[in-house]
Design a protein around this ligand. Sequence first.
Ligand SMILES: Cc1cc2nc3c(=O)[nH]c(=O)nc-3n(C[C@H](O)[C@H](O)[C@H](O)COP(=O)(O)OP(=O)(O)OC[C@H]3O[C@@H](n4cnc5c(N)ncnc54)[C@H](O)[C@@H]3O)c2cc1C
Length: 470
Amino acid sequence: MKNVVIVGGGISGLSTAYFLKELARENNAGPLNITIVDKKDAIGGNIITELTDGFLIEGGPDCFLSEKPWAMALCKRLGLEDRLLATKSPRGKTYVLSNGKLHLLPEGVILMVPTKMFPLLFSSLMTLSGKIRMGLELFVPKKKTPGDETLGEFVRRRLGKEALDKIAGPLVAGVHAGDPDTMSIKSSFPKFVEMEQNYGSLIKGMLARMKLMKAKPRKGGKPVTMFMTVKGGLGEVVKTLLSKIKDVNILSSTVVSKMENNDDGYELTLDNGNVLKADAVVIATPAYATSEIVKTLDGKLTEKLGTIPYVSTATISIGFKMKDIKHPMDGFGFVVPLSEGRKIMAASWVSRKWAGRAPDDCVLIRCFVGGAFNQDLVELGDEELKQIVLDELREIMGIEATPVICRIFRWRRSMPQYTVGHEERVTEIEELTNAHKGLYITGSAFRGIGISDNVREAEETAKKVLGVLA
Ligand SMILES: Cc1cc2nc3c(=O)[nH]c(=O)nc-3n(C[C@H](O)[C@H](O)[C@H](O)COP(=O)(O)OP(=O)(O)OC[C@H]3O[C@@H](n4cnc5c(N)ncnc54)[C@H](O)[C@@H]3O)c2cc1C
């Protein structure tokens, strides 16, 4: 029987194990002995769902993008179709903090691209010159020179500086908790580059995309919104995956310290001194951890993996009695531009966005701190972080109430940054990895941040593993 070791039991490692088993069964490939090793005691990596006092709290990710179909497809394969949960409204309002006040993101602004001119024209968020500059995007010639540029350069060039400061920075770079002036547009948001090149304008590209989406026949009667999750939280996906891979050995609270290869395949040394033998190894850990694991195997690969930067963030989920909140909370939440000088980057009005996240008489708000500009905040103590959030929610939303619940999760070096030159770095990492037959590296550090991309890569990796073992 062939041995496969998967290092990392996050969504990447777990779904690789699941796809491997499924593909082996479908292709009559014979039994596989699969082992997942994870240094944490709980499996699931960044996915942590907690049920406390009637609140459903997501410590890390809380949804996936339906536009990237792979996470939803996995849920369906796992029998979770009826558990899929759309947002309460198809397109909830988002607010942007500007000069200390919340302003509505103009209707029709998708990610950072305006698709409706009237709401933009009447918006209180942008100055008149900022609005005109955004509209002039239609006439900005497309980039002729090849090569990458930063998100900041791209947005300033196409939509103007104000659009970068008030919309693209907090909303788009915020997804990666990144600095727009280091992030690669090509690797972080390839769709925008395609739109510019194919349509000559983001506005034209986005309108064409919307037309296409409208023309697509709706499958089944269930609503599908831009963001989707699962009724029991993403932890339900982890639980279901685990139930489908019952015969996979799971070694939790175990660190893979190093790996070597010999004529018989790979040997992985664990921190408890045990050694695992493997015909194929999939490493699904953050790039800096993968870099350590392959140190004795390949110095060049180690060096390249170590060049992918990460930033730290924290999520602070805080619940209040509904009767104590005067703010209408009529949307999905708000984002905070850097220029506002605040400590929170964004707040998601979780219980307004999703059903079943708070008791009927309560609201749940999830705030984000840290990221590229404020990483030190992540190291503050719980009380200090809670106070920061309470102070800012008081100033921004007028909340004076005492919370009924507060849960803090710190995510140290958890957000990989696709900085300019990422594409070349990843290509080199892939070439170096390919030189080691039976070694595969996957996860969010490479070709797509987010759960859906992780699942897509996991399936591709499983196919490759099976190919080499056949
Ligand atoms: C706060 C936050 C919010 C997010 N929100 C969203 C969201 O809403 N939607 C979305 O799509 N994405 C979101 N993301 C991104 C998403 O979390 C990741 O894309 C995804 O969880 C990555 O999964 P993974 O399995 O690749 O890595 P991880 O989940 O990081 O798993 C890697 C595993 O490797 C283990 N490990 C590390 N080193 C070793 C070692 N030496 N030996 C053994 N095990 C090791 C770790 O313990 C960990 O369990 C968010 C991320 C964060 C931090």
